[in-house]
Write a protein that binds this ligand. Sequence first.
Ligand code: CMX
Length: 423
Amino acid sequence: MTLLKRKLADKISQWRDEARDLVKKTGDKKISDVTVAQAYGGMRGVRGFVCDTSSVSAETGLIIRGYPLLEITHLLPEEVFFLLITGDLPTAEELADLKSQYSSQAVVPSYVWDVMKKMPEDSHPMAMFNTGIMVMQRESVFRRKYDAGVPREEYWEHCLEDGINLLAKLPGLAAGIYRIHFNKGDLIDYDPGLDWSENFVHMTGINDPNGQFKKLMQLYFMLHCDHEGGNVSAFAAHTVASALSDPYYSVAAGLNGLAGPLHGLANQECLKFVLGIYDHFKAAPSKDELKQFCWDRLNSGRVIPGYGHAVLRCPDPRFVAFVDYGREHIKDDDIFNIVKDLFDVVAPVLQEQGKAKNPWPNVDAASGSLLYYYGLKEFNFYTVLFSVSRAMGMIAQMVINRALNIPITRPKSVTTDWLKENT
Ligand code: CMX
């Protein structure tokens, strides 16, 4: 048994007792009321289910298992996955064990590349990535075990096995799609001497002479790992997994949601916006010029990408972590400096416009400028990177939900007539 599975087995018996006790003692206590405005408003703020991997505070942002994000940005993605799923940081031995599981499962099956190479040239890299995951669905251990009739107490174990097998392959799948879609030449083999994020950089073939791009990707994959349970991608994955669709189906479902421009696709939109500014002014503009540019965009009926958030009411700590990284490593870069200046300009503009409830930057506002600097310039690929990371949160949440036997998701919708008669 792997060390992660052993640790989870201990934790799960405690979590099951805790959940059972809570339902027994406080099962009829209310945790939310729903207004008509919320019913028409994307259920914003409705507390309707449990997610323990992380929580998002409107005032301080992401908290992972009790750790405010900015206190743990040094963690490897492997460590943060262990933390998300178990609630504990791994020991050196547990980390080594997880790394060796990833390593043994990292090679993407060749039939996936056959499909990827046949996809139309104008397929979006996110469509390729999600297709790649779906093509691997035939590997699902969960599906085979379910079909064989294993007891439901065991579901989480097979969900975990699928989750690890899938996570192990995502850097390779993403890097291979990068090379195929952008005609970068032959695929590059996985290097067992490198870790998860280092392997991604290695397999893209992007030149990284001083190892700084690898450092950035370690940070990138760590920062995007989870954002509690109610965001579009996590909730879509949660809902699909609740039907006992296996992790391949469920992660792909979540990532199809991440591909929306109001969610994960905003990072490609954001860099497009910043490069548009650079092209327009042929250099880094003054703050007054930036302000006018933002107003022109708003007046044309478009959003400022990378700004605003459904839950946050503060600058996103993930944005802060990226800007800190940029200040340390690429402080003289023009594109990065536009991103920094936008931080001073956009919030007052959005406040003056008076529509956005949160005028501050979210995670997507800064990441693109850093990727661009290190040579990953194809911005329609950026959401794939978000996906590689966010799959960790989806998988951690789904393993826990199977362990707790959370039933199929089925909230009740109401009709407009019902509202008229009953409110
Ligand atoms: N620029 C312009 N207008 C904005 C805005 C922005 N960045 N953010 C919000 N608004 C507008 C909304 O479009 C909405 O306008 P209408 O009333 O005309 O429909 C109004 O302000 C109120 O919206 P809100 O309650 O503040 O925000 P929502 O919870 O509805 O939406 C989000 C949140 C992120 C979709 C929205 O802020 C947005 O579109 N931002 C730009 C896209 C973006 O950066 N998305 C990435 C989010 C992070 C992620 O999930 O990856």
